[in-house]
Design a protein around this ligand. Structure first.
Ligand code: NDP
Length: 245
């Protein structure tokens, strides 16, 4: 799966799935801009990729801030001379039952997971239309099925799926591919931000009981999708740990 010459922006690349995607694309030969808020972590991802065939450069942006998201996409396109692949991976999971929820967490999830994805997609679109490129959206199994305790997180991911399917139909004839990736539980920092004690306990319990996915498992799926020949569009990838019900 050769990505030599491909110019990729991975948003939400400072840890977890996004860091693995940035590294994996660079290993396949792509020139990658890895974006997020934590510069030190992004620089570490870039340094770890120094020996790979392609390259990784760090870029600070905050997708929850529209101006920052748009400026970041523009900066990445300028640095790389265009964009062939854009991975919308930034996300936060601040799940809690509706009754006890802090609406500030709803706002943060919506701004990051949903609005952030919309703004980055919109800003990236002219570049992807020019390159007949590929837009990858990290959704979730929660983009398919809502469950008690994660209504708003699931709402943001359902929103990502709906937006992405509409966009796919709009740009298909112009050669742009839209890929939705829906992982089950992955071993990352995501659950460390949970503030609801019951949700924290539940996440730790599941992680202790089953063999969850590694970020690399998801990165391998992303690489598969973006490296298909131009006439093949992998619209959706749903992958769970085998033991996850
Ligand atoms: P991590 O917490 O390790 O990674 C989240 C990434 O999103 C980080 O790079 C973080 O960077 C970035 N991010 C968060 N907020 C912002 C922001 N406002 N602006 C820019 N970047 C931001 O968790 P994961 O790797 O698990 O999460 C990646 C994606 O995968 C998310 O969209 C998540 O919903 C999804 N997912 C995860 C699953 C799991 O079980 N782990 C399952 C299904 C989907 P920084 O903090 O530096 O800004």
């Amino acid at each position: 799966m050769d990505m030599t010459g491909s110019r990729a922006l991975v948003v939400g690349a400072s840890s977890g799935i996004g860091a693995a995607v940035a590294r994996t694309l660079a290993a396949a030969g792509a020139e990658v801009v890895a974006a997020g808020r934590r510069l030190d972590r992004l620089e570490q991802v870039a340094a770890d990729a120094a020996h790979l065939r392609g390259s990784v450069g760090a870029l600070v942006l905050d997708v929850a801030d529209e101006a920052s998201a748009r400026a970041g996409v523009a900066e990445a396109a300028e640095r790389l001379g265009g964009l062939d692949v854009v991975v919308n991976n930034a996300g936060v999971m601040l799940s809690s039952p509706v009754q006890t929820a802090d609406p500030a967490e709803w706002e943060r999830m919506t701004r990051t997971n949903l609005l952030g994805t919309l703004h980055v997609s919109h800003a990236a679109l002219p570049h992807l239309l020019a390159s007949r490129g590929t837009l990858v959206q990290t959704s979730s199994t929660s983009g398919r099925t809502a469950s008690a305790g994660s209504g708003v997180y699931a709402a943001t991911k359902h929103g990502v799926n709906a937006f992405s399917e509409a966009l796919r139909q709009e740009v298909a004839a112009q050669g742009v591919r839209v890929v939705v990736v829906e992982p089950g539980m992955v071993d990352t920092e995501l659950a460390s931000h949970l503030t609801d004690p019951a949700m924290r306990t539940l996440a730790a319990q599941i992680a202790g009981e089953i063999r969850v996915l590694d970020p690399q498992d998801v990165a391998d799926a992303v690489l598969f999708a973006v490296s298909r020949p131009a006439h093949v569009s992998v619209n959706e990838i749903l992958l769970r740990p085998t033991a996850q019900v």
